[in-house]
Design a protein around this ligand. Sequence first.
Ligand SMILES: NC(=O)NCCC(=O)O
Ligand SMILES: [Zn+2]
Ligand SMILES: [Zn+2]
Length: 484
Amino acid sequence: MSTVIKNGTVVTHDLTYEADVLIEDGKIIEIGRNLSGTDELDATGCYVMPGGIDPHTHLEMPFMGTYSSDDFESGTRAALAGGTTMVVDFALPSPGQGLHDALKMWDNKSTRANCDYSFHMAVTWWGEQVFDEMESVIKDRGINTFKHFLAYKGALMVNDDELFASFNRLSELGGIAMVHAENGDVVAELSAKLLAEGNTGPEAHAYSRPPQVEGEATNRAIMIADMAGVPLYVVHTSCEESHEAIRRARQQGKRVWGEPLIQHLTLDESEYFNKDWDHAARRVMSPPFRNKHHQDSLWAGLQSGSLSVVATDHCAFSTEQKRFGLGDFTKIPNGTGGLEDRMPMLWTYGVATGRLTPNEFVAVTSTNIAKILNCYPRKGAILVGADADIVVWDPKKEKTIAAGTQQSAIDYNVFEGKKVKGLPRFTLTRGHVAAYDGEMRTQEGHGNFVKRAGNTATNKALSSWKALTSPRPIERSGIPASGV
Ligand SMILES: NC(=O)NCCC(=O)O
Ligand SMILES: [Zn+2]
Ligand SMILES: [Zn+2]
């Protein structure tokens, strides 16, 4: 059995052309004119693009005394509804837990995934066991990305000595370092002071995490990564201070990538000043939403290439869960949803406004991250031999975002009421049509784990440079006799 996508315009990160796409056994087998197959999908008036890849999700994540409400089933269903065909989730060991132990837990949860997925490994504590297991996580499990939290003091946060040790180990093994860049010590101090002064509401979450805490931590991580000789990926870049550090590092030739979220690009800090406690608390996430100055900086970064990827950090908590923080903003579970809305929101606020070209849209939602994570061109490509993870995108299709019609398990949507123009007509996950003109036809358990080998081209380039420039003793003849 084969499927042909007919009469569409193929849009990739570098090309736009009219062609049909023929699929068999989950792969693209031919691209050309006048193709035929057993099943036909009509793409007249549509763009045929690589399915989105969201490299930053937290599905069923244990966090702040509860679990995020979307699991691998509802989360990947939401992804497919919005044109995303692969998610990358974070496996988080609890303190003292081994990396492989934590991965077993994530393996169990992910059996229900409707689309392909991969994992990043989090380094939440440091010791010999973590040092040792990192090797097999990369070589046997095919996980080449390791996240470090510089925030969440007393929980997930690692200190600078641990960060440097882990970055050095990754440099040796050919891994990629990731950071949540906020200065956790300063956030803890500011939070305690705000609470003592009677600032208990959700707006104080934003006051406790000003752009400076993010700028400082981003810059620190960049410098530590540079000394270790490891590539660095900065997650949820939300402000000019952090973007500026990334931009400068890239201009200096450092291997650093920045990832803004669709929430930070399109929602601002005024959400926290809403008189309705629930409204404000539902939008509590770290880093918090910023103002227009920061949003313009992020858009400019995507346009100029100093920022590389748009993600969601999908970590959805219900209103009931958010209310754990009534009377104390530090207890509001941090996180917002966005998996279903990332692509339509970015198209509406990016492509339709002229901030991004359709090719740039494909680059920042799919191809760039496939290259960074080392799964391109299996993912992120419309090429013969690639997985048939495809979105047939109708630029004229419209809807108003509403919690009542979403796939996510929670009872609200941070984009509620936003009108989007540009939606999937069909979303295909390895050839299976999981979203058919608004109707969900997902298959629970269809998703496969995507292995990603370490020692990428970027790792090799960095280690060659490191070897060439590393400190070495100067050979001298005629060493003076000691003493005077
Ligand atoms: N971002 C957020 O507030 N929650 C999810 C965990 C994280 O990425 O920091
Ligand atoms: Zn984070
Ligand atoms: Zn996150």
